[in-house]
Design a binder for this molecule. Structure first.
Ligand SMILES: C[S@@+](CC[C@H](N)C(=O)[O-])C[C@H]1O[C@@H](n2cnc3c(N)ncnc32)[C@H](O)[C@@H]1O
Length: 285
């Protein structure tokens, strides 16, 4: 494996930050080396300088995608931290259902921003479906919920769209009851039922881009994504999320171990059963 020089590290670090917002800091040369050396090997490149030239001078799109796929951290699991879905079922769904019945709203729009391989948006659909069934609700259906899921990485979106998971990823966070209800086992793969899979609209999207085409949402999950960004990009993205949340009661879920500072002007922090959610304040920031 070629060692990365300090000059190459700076070039690649700046390129990565520009392309996907990931702030690698000063001491992450090993991360670039370990995650990108496979790309060098398979492309017959002998140094990171050559890789950088391909990306910058030749604007090689496939190479750009490979670098983004390799450098993003795609760790995820089903019902991660559990509390967002407890809040969804205890607090948000009863309110939405009542509002739909009273014709105060026609649907609920949810966005999983940085959805990785799909566990987050699919957990949300399973949670809504099981809630409706558990409470024997017949007048409201999954048709009333529109779930969008986006990620910058093409390779994770391919896995998400396929809805097929190996036996290790299926075990991570998913209760047997949900697995047996919503998946069928084919050899070494677990296949998500179409009923759940077809409810999620996946799209490649860079959170650095404008949100203007996305429309408004009632809930945004942006969990364990902002932690990789610089403080400035974090601020920009949360401001854009604030802009796409419906008022007065749009909700943002962050990861349970994420710190969210200086939000008080734009969000109100709420807590429920050990979980936290942020409700949008009425006025613009
Ligand atoms: C650690 S995963 C979190 C997945 C999921 N939200 C969860 O909590 O389990 C972070 C995801 O953010 C995506 N990501 C990183 N930078 C991004 C960007 N600039 N735009 C959109 N997605 C990005 C990565 O590709 C990765 O799949």
């Amino acid at each position: 494996m070629p060692n990365i020089t300090s000059k190459e590290f700076e070039l690649m670090r700046d390129y990565i930050e520009k392309e996907c917002g990931i702030d690698l800091g000063r001491d992450k040369a090993y991360l670039i080396e370990s995650r990108l050396s496979g790309i060098l090997a398979e492309s017959g490149l002998s140094s990171f300088q050559e890789l950088y030239k391909k990306l910058r001078d030749e604007k090689d799109i496939k190479m750009n995608e490979k670098v983004i796929d390799a450098i993003t951290t795609n760790e995820t699991l089903w019902f991660r931290d559990k509390t967002p879905w407890i809040i969804l079922e205890d607090v948000l769904l009863p309110q939405y259902i009542e509002e739909i019945r009273q014709k105060k709203r026609s649907r609920v729009r949810i966005w999983s921003a940085g959805c990785s391989t799909g566990q987050e948006p699919y957990s949300t659909v399973m949670s809504i479906d099981s809630y409706l069934k558990k409470h024997n609700i017949k007048d409201i259906s999954l048709d009333h919920f529109e779930i969008w899921a986006t990620d910058i990485s093409h390779s994770v979106l391919d896995i998400a769209r396929a809805g097929k998971y190996d036996s290790i990823s299926i075990m991570r966070g998913l209760e047997d009851e949900f697995r047996d209800k919503y998946f069928t086992n084919e050899g070494r793969k677990w296949i998500l039922s179409r009923e759940i899979k077809d409810r999620v609209k996946f799209r490649q999207f860079n959170l650095q881009n404008s949100f203007i085409t996305l429309g408004k949402f009632d809930i945004v999950f942006c969990r364990y994504v902002l932690i990789y960004f610089s403080a400035q990009l974090k601020r920009e993205v949360t401001k854009k999320i604030h802009g796409v949340l419906n008022r007065p009661d749009g909700v943002l879920f962050l990861g349970n171990s994420e710190f969210f500072t200086n939000y008080e002007d734009s969000f109100v922090k709420r807590q429920h059963k050990g979980g936290v959610y942020y409700m949008v304040k009425e006025f613009e920031v």
